[in-house]
Design a protein around this ligand. Structure first.
Ligand SMILES: Cc1cc2nc3c(=O)[nH]c(=O)nc-3n(C[C@H](O)[C@H](O)[C@H](O)COP(=O)(O)OP(=O)(O)OC[C@H]3O[C@@H](n4cnc5c(N)ncnc54)[C@H](O)[C@@H]3O)c2cc1C
Length: 504
């Protein structure tokens, strides 16, 4: 029997709630208390809370404290923190995992452990290595960071006629070197009305508009940012600006939601400048493909000061941007899925000469089954290394060792797990005889069990309450067991997770 642990249900491949084998779904969404301690500048947050709730609760207590995490308020704490976590405060304060000071986990023996009792290896692993391979995380203790009471944002778009090519080219020289108070994301999309490319620059700045304009004029004058382009607001309002509409009430950040529609995401890291010719060839390709968008998130600042092995997340110094590929679609059915999946894969392939190599990097929180899968068996170490080195580079072997230490019999498994079996890290005594499964193919054939979280589940209103799922601990969870022959939900398993709008 396989266990799937779901906190916010935002895994891009749905690994927290679909599988090709029978499973128990451990739904953590009711476990969501948040305790903010401003004197200590900490917050203890249970995994079923969403980022919006965390931000809101911090803001209730202090207007000058925040936490560096994702821009999407509906993402769950459990998956987000265990998988890395980046957002607009990343250049100033690093990733979410760089600001975690303790955790509570239920291990395979049902023991409830904190940082001291779990030990530094496991504590290291669940800050970026993903939680689902190591145990059931119940809560994280976080170090809050300081923000000014006024921050500034802007969003401006440039077409090719407005010099987008030169501006994008120039941006690569400054984006990771400019003042770390500033984070500028670049989105590239096809403008459907003109059938040409549009570049959108969205900024978050830890300061007022005057200082921002002066910084931009010195560091990145090509974008020509003036005071009227800028909006000053509280940090919490800036979360709404980045996510949706700044005019909405901040209480909307408390709303949990599931993710309608279909999507596929992929990721890359840019370490070398793309030439002007390269950018023009990218425009051509994106116009040809039409449906795939790219988002470039700037690195540098604090990200360059943290060593590659301090946490399992290794993509630090030397990166200019993390690139996110996004394709969204509404149509149902395998044909549509094949079409859109193919588009994003073609663009990913096209980008090969420009992006990181040996290994080509990927971000584990942008789960991508295209880069490999494995099951428990003789080849699980070798298979795992294929995706593991992309997500974790040199940290992969340490994750495998921690896995052996805390869950050597592989109770906690999923399609991108860690296992020593068949590998050099130790072990090699496996009789599991596992056969590699192509999860994408299984998905296509409708062989996956489980379904997306319903609206009720997303709001934490799942029916059957059970207590003591995790080794006698008072975990309140909803458990669901899908039968082998499936049910109506089979069809929904296709396509993975999704939100039609505002995928960021
Ligand atoms: C709309 C959208 C926007 C996003 N924006 C950002 C962003 O700005 N920055 C960023 O870094 N990422 C972003 N992401 C990616 C997001 O961080 C990951 O998908 C994250 O893993 C989601 O966490 P979750 O708890 O919601 O998901 P889940 O699907 O519940 O879990 C994801 C994985 O973590 C495991 N897991 C969950 N809870 C636990 C637990 N308690 N113990 C052990 N294992 C657990 C699951 O089994 C699964 O493998 C975004 C995703 C979406 C869909």
């Amino acid at each position: 029997m396989n266990l799937r642990i779901r906190s916010g249900g935002h895994d891009f491949e749905g690994l927290s709630y679909v599988s090709y084998i029978n499973f128990v779904l451990l739904d953590m969404s009711n476990l969501r208390s948040i305790n903010v301690n401003i004197e200590e500048e900490t917050a203890t947050v249970q995994v079923g809370a969403i980022l919006g709730e965390l931000y809101y609760k911090i803001w209730e207590k202090s207007k000058v404290h925040a936490f560096p995490a994702g821009v999407c308020p509906t993402v769950g704490i459990g998956g987000h923190i265990s998988g890395g976590g980046y957002g607009v405060l990343m250049r100033k304060y690093g990733l979410t995992v760089d600001n975690v000071i303790d955790a509570t986990i239920v291990d395979v023996k049902g023991r409830v452990l904190n940082r001291t009792s779990m030990g530094e290896d496991l504590f290291w692993a669940i800050r970026g290595g993903g939680g689902a391979s190591f145990g059931v995380i119940l809560a994280y203790k976080l170090k809050l960071v300081r923000v000014p009471d006024i921050v500034t944002v802007f969003r401006v778009s440039k077409t090719l006629g407005q010099n987008a090519t030169d501006i994008v080219h120039r941006m690569q020289y400054v984006t990771d070197k400019i003042d770390r108070d500033l984070f500028i994301r670049l989105n590239l999309n096809l403008d459907n009305t003109t059938n040409t490319m549009e570049a959108t620059f969205t900024a978050f700045f830890l300061g007022d508009s005057e200082r921002l304009v002066s910084l931009m004029n010195i560091g990145f004058p090509e974008l020509d940012i003036q005071k009227p382009d800028c909006k000053e607001m509280s940090w919490l309002k800036s979360v709404l600006f980045w996510w949706s509409n700044v005019n909405e009430s901040v209480e909307t950040l408390l709303e949990r939601s599931s993710l309608p529609g279909n999507s596929k995401l992929k990721s890359d890291y840019l370490q070398n400048l793309i030439s002007r010719d390269g950018i023009e060839s990218l425009w051509q390709k994106m116009v040809e493909l039409k449906v795939v968008g790219l988002a470039f998130n700037p690195y540098g600042g604090r990200m360059s000061e943290i060593g590659d092995s301090e946490t399992p997340f290794p993509h630090r110094k030397g990166n200019i941007f993390k690139i996110q590929y996004i394709v969204l679609w509404d149509e149902d059915g395998a044909k549509a899925e094949e079409y859109y999946m193919n588009q994003i894969r073609v663009l990913h392939e096209f980008m090969t000469p420009f992006v990181s190599k040996d290994p080509r990097g990927a971000y584990q929180n942008y789960r991508d089954l295209d880069i490999g899968t494995s099951v428990v068996g003789n080849n699980s170490y070798i298979d795992g290394k294929v995706y593991g080195e992309k997500y974790f580079k040199g940290n992969f072997d340490r994750l495998v060792k921690v896995k052996r230490m805390v869950d050597g019999d592989n109770f906690f498994t999923h399609e991108q797990m860690f296992s020593e079996r068949g590998g050099e890290v130790g072990g090699g005594n496996d009789n599991g005889g596992g056969k590699r499964r192509d999860v994408q193919q299984e998905r296509k054939r409708g062989n996956l069990l489980g379904s997306r979280p319903t609206e009720e589940a997303a709001r934490g209103e799942l029916g059957r309450e059970v207590v003591a799922v995790c080794g006698g601990v008072g975990v309140s969870a909803s458990v669901k067991h899908d039968e082998e022959d499936g049910d109506d939900e089979h069809g929904e398993a296709q396509g993975g997770l999704v939100r039609r709008q505002r995928l960021t």
